[in-house]
Ligand binder design. Structure first.
Ligand code: ARG
Length: 457
């Protein structure tokens, strides 16, 4: 069958070219947005007397019927169509006759596809936002349940200073809070209507772009029609936000994988979010966390793919831009899946406070506090730092830790050492003394929890 756009050419194309050109396999995802967008367009055409009110009504009823039938399954996609826009228009014309052919007045597929994609991604952004919130809720749950559990804090993956497990968890809540901010910001710029830009130059009809934009929930219209049909920043911005979000989930996953190992055993994952091995009977593998870490690369890849596609394109629309959808849909679908599994995996994991404490006790994690002890007694920090380092070296030589080195030995380094030093280097003291804003004391972490809850509400 000849194409709807037959005229300049016969419209009879090679079937391999048809398959290559067609996007309905993936843009059928946007059927609802395409139809709602068309209904608003028909309403505008009617309101502006570009078509009659009666014709507008016929178009809207016809479109509603298509939407209902697609939703009930009474109508199926025809995957030999060129894209979702052509499919809907073709079905409409088949159903209501020649009036259907009036729908595409003062419109082009160039502004239509940009409209559909913005509307589709707007909804997806809202869903993503809700899912990120679920992960934050899971973090809050664990942080509150394990508020005063002590663990080693690391730098260079070497034990550094004692911290609260809840403090460590809340670091991720802060990252995700920023992700929410980024999504909201991205949604704001996404929510600008391109419809009415037409092919690129605008239109000679007396249209009302704002009528359509308001009807479809946009807060503004694209102010330059060439930009309106060429702009895919909103896809890139969303994928950038998602890449950063995935980077956060990936770092968190990496830690969960480490913590779940026999070497750490800081946590145990629920059976529901682990897998076994087909050969090693003892295994309990953190596959969900590993997959989240793995899929991060895939989301970065989607962003890179579209950045690269767009970089050499002249204005305005080019068919290359059809490649936007698979990349951004894949990124969105992947991130949604990751978030959906991450929240319950986190909520159901069990902390192992005794193992965390044990790990915090070795490794001279309180050496900074030993130096601070001397500073409080009047020694400059650099000197105190040096003495503490020498004491650590002696302990290592003699197989001792700071808690078990006798006071007489301490006093060989400085007369400032007194019996009260043991209290100062006790892990609980080390943690509780860190009352600076954002620090690791219980009071500081409580303030962080309150801050996140407030921002979530
Ligand atoms: N399927 C196309 C896309 O996804 C729709 C726009 C087609 N426009 C055109 N002038 N051929 O980009």
């Amino acid at each position: 069958m000849a194409k709807m756009w037959a005229g300049r050419t016969s419209g009879i194309t090679d079937s391999i070219a048809d398959d290559f050109n067609s996007s309905i396999r993936f843009d059928c995802k946007m059927y609802k947005q395409d139809i709602t967008g068309s209904m608003a367009h028909a309403a505008m055409l009617g309101a502006k007397n570009i078509i009659s009110k009666k014709e507008a009504e016929t178009l809207i009823d016809g479109l509603q019927g298509i939407l209902d039938d697609l939703e009930s399954g009474a109508l199926e996609f025809d995957f030999s169509s060129e894209d979702i826009h052509m499919f809907v228009e073709q079905v409409l014309t088949n159903r209501i006759g020649d009036v259907g052919k009036k729908l595409h007045t003062a419109r082009s597929r160039n502004d239509q596809v940009a409209l559909d994609l913005r509307m589709y991604l707007r909804e997806e952004t809202d869903e993503l936002t809700a899912l990120v919130k679920d992960v934050i809720e899971a973090i809050l749950l664990q942080a509150e349940a394990n508020k005063s559990v002590i663990m080693p804090g690391y730098t260079h993956l070497q034990r550094a200073q004692p911290i609260l497990f809840s403090h460590h968890l809340m670091a991720y809540a802060m990252m995700l809070l920023r992700d929410l901010d980024r999504l909201a910001d991205c949604r704001e710029r996404m929510n600008v209507s391109p419809i009415g830009c037409c092919a690129l130059a605008g239109t000679t009809y007396n249209t009302d772009r704002r009528f359509e934009a308001w009807k479809l929930g946009f807060h503004d219209v694209a102010r330059n029609s060439i930009d309106g049909v060429s702009d895919r920043d909103f896809c890139l911005e969303l994928m950038s936000c998602l890449s950063i979000l995935m980077m956060h989930l990936s770092r968190f996953s990496e830690e969960i994988i480490l913590w779940a190992s026999w070497e750490f055993k800081f946590i145990e994952l629920s059976d529901a979010y682990t897998t076994g091995s087909s050969i090693m009977p003892q295994k309990k593998n953190p596959d969900m966390a590993e997959l989240v870490r793995g899929k991060t690369g895939r989301v970065y890849g989607d962003l890179m793919a579209l950045l690269t596609t767009l970089k050499g394109l002249p204005l305005a629309y080019n068919k290359d831009m059809q490649e936007d959808k698979e990349a951004v849909f894949d990124a969105v679908d992947t991130v949604k899946m990751c978030l959906k599994v991450f929240a319950p995996m986190l909520a159901t994991m069990t902390a192992k406070p005794e193992n965390m404490k044990k790990a915090a006790q070795g490794g001279f994690i309180n050496a900074t506090d030993l130096a601070d002890y001397l500073v409080k007694k009047g020694l400059p920090f650099r000197s105190a730092y040096k003495i503490s380092g020498q004491i650590v070296a002696q302990c290592i030589r003699e197989g001792l830790v700071l808690e078990t080195l006798p006071l007489s030995e301490y006093q060989k380094y400085s007369e400032l050492f007194e019996e009260d030093l043991y209290k100062d280097i006790d892990l609980l003291t080390c943690v509780e003394k860190r009352i600076s804003e954002g620090g690791t004391s219980v009071a500081s972490v409580e303030a962080q929890i309150a801050y996140v809850k407030e921002n979530l509400a």
